[in-house]
Write a protein that binds this ligand. Structure first.
Ligand SMILES: [Zn+2]
Ligand SMILES: [Zn+2]
Ligand SMILES: [Zn+2]
Length: 268
């Protein structure tokens, strides 16, 4: 906020056909100032508000062509409150039909005579997709939508994932790059292989092949802390590697997924 000298303030009031009444000896920057308009009105105003006016006291300024804005407001169920001049832009203060008080630039005000909240509401309604559109979006991601109704981005939708897994997802999550837990797990394993380096990856994959051929049956894996989980294929081996080689505690190994076991882990 700019601080003006008294001598400059005299000029600002003069330029808008007013006269400052506050005396120089009483003047303190940012204070409310007494002034007299050429129409004879005496008023009080803060300099920053006075500068928004084209000329005169508030009454004189408001007299100028407000009918147009009042009409626009009435047409849109709003109520005109005030207008300001800011540099080259006129700003309109009005009460939206929802009750919200808003100040908008004249062009925005004429385009959409409503508050930003109402504008947003209208836009999001427009953005609500049809079931056909949503179906196509699933197809683009190699997934198949099974639900026949779409009510919004946060609704759980039945679908067949690109990995073949039948499960549910929210449209919003799909658009944010998420897929099912199985896919997430595969990504986690890939990341972990990368993170733990080539040696582990090679070792892991060679063992994986050996085990994979010989075993698809369920077995019980017992963690060092005694907790037991049902595992399949190479999983008991992977769990053992995580626990013994990489010293990851059982609590940090998450095991869950329908009847199968999937794991992911958080490196501390
Ligand atoms: Zn006046
Ligand atoms: Zn509104
Ligand atoms: Zn998947």
């Amino acid at each position: 906020m700019a601080i003006y000298k008294y001598i400059d303030i005299i000029e600002i009031f003069k330029s808008k056909k007013c006269e400052i009444l506050t005396l120089e000896k009483d003047y303190v920057p940012l204070m409310t100032l007494d002034y007299k308009c050429e129409c004879g009105n005496i008023g009080k105003v803060k300099l920053k508000n006075f500068k928004l006016r084209t000329n005169g006291c508030k009454k004189c300024f408001n007299k100028n062509n407000n009918e147009e804005y009042i009409k626009i407001c009435e047409k849109n169920g709003c109520k005109f409150i005030d207008k300001y001049l800011e540099k080259t832009a006129v700003k309109i203060k009005f009460k939206c039909k929802c009750g919200e008080i808003q100040i908008k630039k004249i062009t925005q005000f004429k385009n959409l005579t409503m508050c930003t909240k109402c504008t947003y509401k209208i836009r999001s309604l427009g953005r609500r997709h049809t079931i056909e559109y949503v179906k196509q979006e699933f197809e683009k991601k190699n997934c198949k939508l099974l639900s026949n109704e779409y009510t919004g981005a946060f609704q759980s939708l039945d679908y067949i994932c690109s990995c073949g897994n039948k499960t549910t997802i929210r449209y919003n999550d799909l658009q944010n790059g998420y897929k099912c837990r199985k896919c997430k797990l595969e990504r986690t394993i890939a990341t972990n292989l990368e993170k733990y380096g080539c040696e582990f990856a090679v070792q892991h994959i060679s063992i994986l092949h050996k085990i994979f051929v010989s075993s698809h049956k369920w077995k019980i894996y017992k963690f060092n802390n005694g907790k037991e989980v049902k595992v399949q294929g190479y999983e008991h081996l992977a769990l053992s590697l995580l626990e013994n080689k990489h010293k990851i505690k059982q609590d940090d190994i998450i095991t869950q997924f329908d009847n199968e076991i999937y794991y992911t882990f958080i490196k501390k």
